[in-house]
Ligand binder design. Structure first.
Ligand SMILES: [Zn+2]
Ligand SMILES: [Zn+2]
Length: 291
């Protein structure tokens, strides 16, 4: 780990600490990240020698296929980091249920292979994860949360590499062009308030139409609006009355710093509550799945 990375983690951790002064309820989430963040950083795979075929990448993006999909099982650096996995399982168990322990034992016994599970998590293949969760008699949400964090350093490393080579200017989908996750935030940048979407899993950013629902694609003005709190000028929640989906949106001059995305997410949980109370949700959808 280099000095820059250590410096960045320290800044994120001190921002998380400040959050608990304002929102004491966040102490559990903050404790989790304070333990996991240094491990995420250490699990960052080396993609030395990564070769990106620009024609192939262009074809995938034109077809709406996230770059990592279909490549992941053989991709460099995609082996799960076991120390991170064991820590995530332990923390899930400390959170009060035994599911993390069950998953850990099953993997350590060799009864379940993590690689195909990671591929299923990458492609938001909830059917496969549900089958595994049922066979182990554990909660789907636990297995999804563990795999999501286990994926993060891998997809983030790829996202950084791809982001330097590609600008995603032609990408017009609501989900991430690199890893296929749905955006954590919208961001309205600059004086013109150009809309970008921001992936919370790999931190990629891409342009998106200002007046279009990221979830269902409606562009009808009378179905699209936003919720806001008078006291908070910089954040709002974009909502769709066609599918009842929402996404939190930041109005700012510059893009959010990648390492700080989780801090902003926790700091704006009240905006999720605002949306949920008004009957909106982040719907579950698998990109590219038949309707
Ligand atoms: Zn992504
Ligand atoms: Zn919609």
């Amino acid at each position: 780990m280099n000095n820059l990375a250590i410096h960045s983690i320290e800044r994120v951790i001190s921002a998380l600490d400040e959050l608990t002064d304002e929102y004491p309820d966040l102490i559990g989430a903050v404790d989790f990240y304070e333990e996991v963040l240094p491990l995420l950083e250490q699990s960052w795979p080396s993609l030395h020698g990564l070769h990106l075929d620009m024609n192939e990448a262009g074809d995938k993006l034109r077809q709406g296929v996230p770059l990592l999909w279909g490549e992941f099982s053989t991709a460099a650096g995609s082996a799960p980091n076991m120390e991170l996995f064991l820590t995530l399982c332990r923390l899930a168990t400390e959170g009060g249920n035994e599911d993390g322990q069950v998953l850990m034992q099953t993997v350590l016994n060799g009864d379940v292979d993590l690689r195909p599970l990671l591929t299923a998590a990458l492609t938001l293949d909830r059917a496969t994860l549900t089958t595994t969760a049922r066979s182990l008699n554990i909660e789907l949400l636990t297995i999804e949360a563990i795999l999501r964090h286990l994926l993060m350093p891998i997809v983030r490393a790829y996202s950084d590499a791809f982001g330097q080579a590609l600008d995603f200017a032609e990408w017009r989908r609501g989900y991430c062009p690199v890893c296929g996750d749905w955006p954590l935030f919208g961001e309205l940048h600059g004086r013109d308030r150009l809309r970008h979407l921001r992936c919370g899993r790999c931190t990629a950013s891409w342009r998106f139409k200002r007046l279009e629902c990221i979830w269902c694609g409606t562009t009808k003005r009378d179905e699209l609006s936003f919720l806001y709190e008078l006291a908070v000028q910089t954040w709002r929640v974009d909502v769709c009355d066609h599918c009842r989906g929402y996404v939190k949106t930041l109005v700012s001059f510059d893009p959010l710093e990648a390492d700080m995305l989780l801090v902003h997410d926790l700091r704006t949980l009240h905006m999720d509550q605002l949306a949920t109370d008004a009957g909106y949700k982040r719907p579950f959808k698998q990109p590219l799945a038949s309707p």
